[in-house]
Design a binder for this molecule. Structure first.
Ligand code: GRF
Length: 199
């Protein structure tokens, strides 16, 4: 069974959706550890309630390399095979990526490469796009970059607000993240340049 290390900074609804799929037997993996750079992240508390190992590693005052050395050590101590970023609000260093090549996944609430960075749903709404959505991708050292594993498109309705759009995107996030993790942990893909070819 592949071991997942989840990293988060906030609410943790994507983490919970993944934990639910595992509990239902729909995703064959186990969560070895949940790490947060924010000690007060609700996602950490949710992990504890589920009886999972939850580790708070405050990032305040540490530079990227220094902090990443701590998270790498914690992930390795827990024999993690794949790192799942679930609302983790920090860029990873090249050192981190080198430790886990093609083994770090992220979910972003837009159809990349559109609307990278913070508040992607609001950015898309304000831009006036007819479709937005979400993307699961491999992580490299650049923001919201890296080969795309899965995407889901979500239409923007005339009576949407940024909030109602965000809520529908989030439903799709909860669906495709577990699906993408399943593909990756089962090795059902190959990477050709930027393209992730599913098998
Ligand atoms: C999600 O919108 C995700 O796409 C983005 O951060 C948010 C995290 O939400 N990367 P949650 O903490 O999983 O509820």
């Amino acid at each position: 069974m592949k071991r997942l290390g989840v990293m988060l900074s906030g609410r943790g609804s994507n983490f919970e959706a993944i934990a639910d799929r595992i509990a239902e037997g729909k995703l064959a993996a186990e969560i070895a550890v949940v790490i947060s750079n924010r000690p007060d992240a609700p996602g950490l508390e949710a992990a504890r309630r589920r009886g999972l190992k939850a580790v708070s590693l405050p990032s305040r005052g540490l530079d990227r390399e220094e902090y990443d050395r701590q998270t790498i050590a914690e992930l390795k101590a827990n024999n993690v095979d794949f790192v799942i970023l679930a609302g983790y609000m920090r860029l990873l260093s090249a050192t981190f990526i080198r430790e886990f090549p093609l083994r770090v996944l992220n979910i972003h609430p837009s159809l990349l490469p559109a609307f990278t960075g913070l508040d992607a749903q609001h950015q898309a709404f304000d831009y006036g796009v007819r479709f937005s959505g979400c993307t699961v991708h491999f992580v490299d050292e650049h923001l919201d970059n890296g080969p795309i594993i899965l995407q889901a498109a979500v239409p923007v309705e005339c009576d949407d607000t940024a909030e109602t759009l965000s809520a529908r995107i989030l439903q799709q996030e909860h669906r495709i993240y577990s699906e993408a993790i399943g593909i990756v942990v089962n090795g059902k893909f190959r990477v050709e340049g930027r393209r992730v070819v599913l098998s």
